[in-house]
Design a protein around this ligand. Structure first.
Ligand code: PLP
Length: 426
């Protein structure tokens, strides 16, 4: 289905609410009222429960993307609903002239699960890109100006984060971007060593995603992150790890760096932290790094508001009480093993850790598979021409994953047949 026709096939279905809420009409109103930076939405969602979402025409989808690694507890989880409802009835917002119990509790919880040393601290923002901006400002306080980032990196869309992001199509329309940024090939130890040596005394920070999400779910090796730690320590620079996509339990550890035996100087969080309520965070490790930012040097009106922080506390509590780290590990292994066991000739492998995965294809048919999957009632993401990203809620069960795994060979065969008909690969 092309973007132009997407959604119109269901426009005459009856709507959910007895109002003009069918897909085609909402998409028309969307096109007439929003700046089209996201292109044409795939569909119009109305509500959800557990790992399922429902569109405005009543079609149900298994959500294998979770708002791109955001809906940690799925949809309508009672712990999140209760926390947000209760907090909304008490205090939604206060200024940063004040604090609130949820803000302090969430900061304490993050420091605990991050195993951060004494003197560590948290700054709350409202999104991933804002967490990165805070990290960039932190790095500037070293008195140095150059940041090394990785090719393929995605760190956000605000201008500072965009300077660190790799994709030219995102950066070029907004050039010149701020700061001195050197991009090095990801997971390439020699290239990192050479870049650190070349930048020399001006190196403020190396910033890396332990698992690059937007680049196609590419995991850093333990040796690479450990080298990054050694090189930054020796250079007197910061090692900042962007855990915005891979953190908050998604890999089966609280944070992906924890399975790699490194202690960073700072991490950035957002996405899954409050289960879908907007939030971002910079966590600084140790008193020296935390001391780089002092009163008045950074701030945010909404950052750390009681509502978002109460949601974050509910997410952390539920991950702990429901054993979701172990569950993410088990479900991730189940997913990877069962997909590998399909033995489909067009499946090249399954990348990633825990419940942050990409199914790699031998042909560039991911977009077709994504469209066919959606028509079949599965939400997935073509993260690369030849890779499908799966980042379901951490509460997903094996029987739910199995419905997609059973459907995958048929979806893939149909996509390959479509591609062959269109004269494309194979
Ligand atoms: N960093 C990483 C690793 C991300 O995956 C993203 C978003 O996809 C961001 C930063 C930016 O987060 P946000 O979209 O909340 O600004």
């Amino acid at each position: 289905m092309s973007d132009a026709t997407r959604g119109t096939d269901v426009s005459d279905r009856s709507d959910m609410n007895g109002t003009s809420s069918h897909t085609g009409e909402w998409l028309g109103r969307y096109a007439a009222s929003l700046i089209p930076v996201f292109g044409v939405p795939q569909t119009v969602l109305s509500h959800g429960q557990g790992c399922y979402v429902v569109d405005v025409d009543g079609k149900r989808y298994l959500d294998l993307l979770a708002g791109i690694a955001v809906n940690t507890l799925g949809h309508g989880h009672p712990a999140l609903v209760d926390a947000v409802t209760k907090q909304a009835s008490q205090l939604v917002h206060i200024s940063n002239f004040f604090t609130s119990p949820p803000q302090v509790e969430l900061a304490e919880a993050l420091l605990r699960v991050a195993e951060a040393p004494a003197g560590s601290g948290v700054f709350f923002a409202n999104s991933g890109t804002e967490a990165i901006e805070a990290a960039v400002k932190l790095s500037r306080r070293t008195g140095r100006g150059t940041i090394i980032a990785a090719e393929g990196a995605f760190h956000g869309r605000s201008t500072g984060a965009l300077a660190l992001t790799w994709k030219l199509a995102y950066r070029e329309p907004f050039a010149p971007l701020i700061g001195r940024v050197v991009h090095v090939p990801f997971n390439d130890e020699a290239a990192l060593s050479a870049a650190v040596a070349e930048v020399g005394d001006d190196l403020a920070a190396v910033i890396l995603e332990p698992i690059q999400g937007e680049a196609g779910v590419n995991a850093s090796s333990t040796a690479y992150l450990q080298l990054a730690r050694e090189l930054t320590t020796a250079a007197g620079a910061l090692l900042i790890l962007d855990e915005i996509q891979c953190g908050m339990g998604r890999t089966g550890r609280w944070f992906a760096y924890q399975s790699r035996g490194v202690v960073p100087d700072a991490i950035t969080l957002a996405k899954g932290l409050a289960g879908g309520v907007p939030i971002g965070a910079l966590v600084t490790f140790g008193a020296q790094v935390t001391g780089l930012l002092s009163a008045g040097q950074h701030g945010s009106t909404f950052g750390g508001n009681p509502l978002a922080c109460a949601a974050g506390v509910a997410v952390v509590d539920t991950i702990e009480t429901d054993g979701l780290l172990e569950h993410a590990t088990a479900m991730g292994a189940h997913l990877a093993e069962r997909i590998a066991a399909l033995g489909h000739p067009a499946i090249a492998g399954v990348r990633g850790e825990g419940l942050l995965r990409a199914v790699a294809f031998t042909e560039p048919v991911a977009a077709q598979v994504m469209t066919l999957a959606r028509e079949a009632g599965f939400i997935v993401n073509a993260v690369a021409p030849d890779a499908l990203r799966l980042a379901p809620p951490l509460v997903i069960e094996a029987h739910e994953l199995d419905t997609f795994i059973a459907a995958l060979p048929g979806l893939l065969d149909a996509a390959l047949a479509d591609a062959a008909l269109a004269g494309g690969p194979p």
